[in-house]
Write a protein that binds this ligand. Structure first.
Ligand code: FE2
Length: 257
């Protein structure tokens, strides 16, 4: 984090979030800046993902989705830093992120590369982005101002699209890589929601009107998103057991719904 640098916090207009108790202003603004840094890392993740899709010969729709996802995350990151500045007046921008280069290697073995991509899409996309969209939707309903509500709703819509696109990627990887990739998706261990995602001071939900989730809200929405992912994996398993035909190569097919 680079404090005093305005490139990202000024990129969005001021986003008033309503009055906060004086001693909480700095803490809530810091939470938004941390979220901005996470959104900045998500830009890198989408860019690497788009590059890997090109490397594996993916169809144009998937590459376009990933590229647009990076632009969505630019908007999310600037909104987060702008919200923080609206709260405590401090300009900040994300630090440089050279780690992007560490994540960009694709294994030479094509099936292994497809399996890794499918697993990433399951954990970081289908699950994490589904949790995010649900948490953001509920926070939008509790937002103190119309400006904050609009930002949260727009982010939720973006995350909903990203989560759906992750299933398209998983379907394509399975169609291309066959049973080994399918097995990876079915057996992948999904992370439990980490308590560290909710800052201790926000655990009781006191900052939810300012867009910071509490423990209960975060746990409920993790459980709902997890149930949906488990149900979709169940569909994938049953299709395989029943011997349904595989999707035609190059044509992503939704797993269900
Ligand atoms: Fe985002």
């Amino acid at each position: 984090m680079v404090h005093g640098a305005a490139a990202w916090s000024e990129a969005s207009l001021a986003i008033p979030v309503g009055d906060l108790p004086g001693d909480a202003r700095r803490l809530v603004a810091d939470e938004w800046r941390h979220d901005g840094a996470r959104q900045h890392a998500a830009i890198a993740a989408f860019l690497v993902h788009a590059q890997n899709l090109v490397a594996l010969g993916a169809p144009p729709t998937l590459i376009a989705d990933a590229s647009r996802g990076a632009l969505d995350e630019v908007r999310h990151a600037t909104a987060c830093f702008a919200i923080a500045r609206s709260i405590d007046g401090e300009d900040a921008s994300p630090s440089a992120f050279p780690q992007i280069f560490e994540a960009s290697a694709v294994p030479d073995d094509r099936v292994m590369a497809l399996a890794l991509m499918a697993e990433d899409a399951l954990v970081d996309g289908a699950l994490s982005q589904h949790v995010a969209l649900r948490v953001l939707s509920r926070l939008a309903g509790r937002a103190r101002t119309a400006d904050l509500r609009a930002v949260l709703q727009r982010m939720a819509e973006d995350e909903e699209r990203h989560a759906a696109q992750s299933w398209d990627v998983i379907s394509w990887c399975v169609a291309m890589g066959g049973d080994a990739v399918r097995a990876t998706v079915l057996e992948a261990e999904l992370p439990g929601r980490l308590l560290s995602e909710v800052t201790p001071l926000a655990l009781d939900g006191r900052w939810e009107p300012w867009g910071i989730p509490g423990e209960r809200l975060a746990a409920e929405e993790y459980a709902r998103a997890r149930a949906l992912v488990d149900a979709k994996r169940g569909t994938l398993r049953r299709r395989h057991v029943l011997g349904h035909p595989r999707p035609k190569p190059g044509v992503p097919k939704p797993l269900c719904g």
